[in-house]
Design a protein around this ligand. Sequence first.
Ligand code: GLA
Length: 385
Amino acid sequence: MLDVNGTRERHTQRFQQQAKIFAAPGRVNLIGEHTDYAEGFVMPAAIDFATLAAISPSSSGSISIASENFHDQVTFPLHSLPEKARHHWSDYPLGVIAILRDKGIDVPAFNLTLNGDVPLGAGLSSSASVEVATAIAVLSLTTATISLPEMAKLCQRAENEFVGASTGIMDQFIACCGAEDHALLLDCRSLDYRLAPIPPTVSIVISNSMVKHSHAGGEYNTRRTEVEEGTAILHSHRPEVRFLRDANVGDLEKWGSEMPHNVLKRVRHIITEDDRTVAAADALEAGDMKTLGRLMYEAHASYRDDFEASCKEADILVELAAKEPGCIGARLTGGGFGGCTVNLVEQEHVSGFIENLRNGYRNATGIEADIYRCHASAGAREIAG
Ligand code: GLA
């Protein structure tokens, strides 16, 4: 449960000011992994874990940012804000402010309290939710009018240029544009999107393997480099292939042999994942849950075997889920190398599903999984009050 009143009260105690409150959600990706930076397709949903940002203007000439999660506060004069990341929780909000200023937006002095319940390091985009919550809160103090997709792009720049993680647009986009009870199919090239309703009879269950995931670890960036290497080989034969979005399985059959084996596998994952993601959106829109589930299992196998971004704990969670009655589909979600699996489960089976998954995982690994029953939620918004 988001602690709106507690956040408001603590902001008032700390800064002696009334705050406006904004929220930006975490996300779960139903399908389409590592396709965003290849200008392909993704289908995430915003979830009911979020970051709250309580903000009030200040006359001090400084910005202060407090984190309830880290029990810490930073203060900087507006004229000497940090110019680069310091490997500190405040890199995310400070990165957003740096990019807003770079964009020519006149950011005034303010006090900000951040308080989130998105599990950290679980692959549910806690960082994007902090960035987007900061952006929407800070922008409310300015005269700038920025659309939500534009805000997503600015927050992605904060993560790429300030924090130094070469991530794509998915997490910030869904944190901005998510819609209650819907998944969002995003074309990461045009940023066109369509919303697909999640049937009320289906629950999103997220199981946390408790294996920590981090973009700061080198694996995400290594995969990106491998993908770029493969793209360059295809581009040398077909110049119109600028991103893997432009390539197809036939290209791989012709020129895949020129790629190192690991590169070939990474490329194959992305090309086939794009097809699966578009087919999955069609299936969800048609109410064809059986096809959607099959595509999720296929996506997991490709993520595990070709992209090699799974881990044994996530594989166990998916295998256990697949045996459960009422489980429509399951796969590792997010950047990979740990984190959470996403499961679509028929509502009437959810309680038994969660209990059996928890027990099965404990028996197989000795690890106690956190399992969350989530709800597709709205994107960034002001909370009235
Ligand atoms: C992380 C990144 C996203 C995306 C996913 C993998 O969440 O932030 O941009 O690349 O990994 O699909």
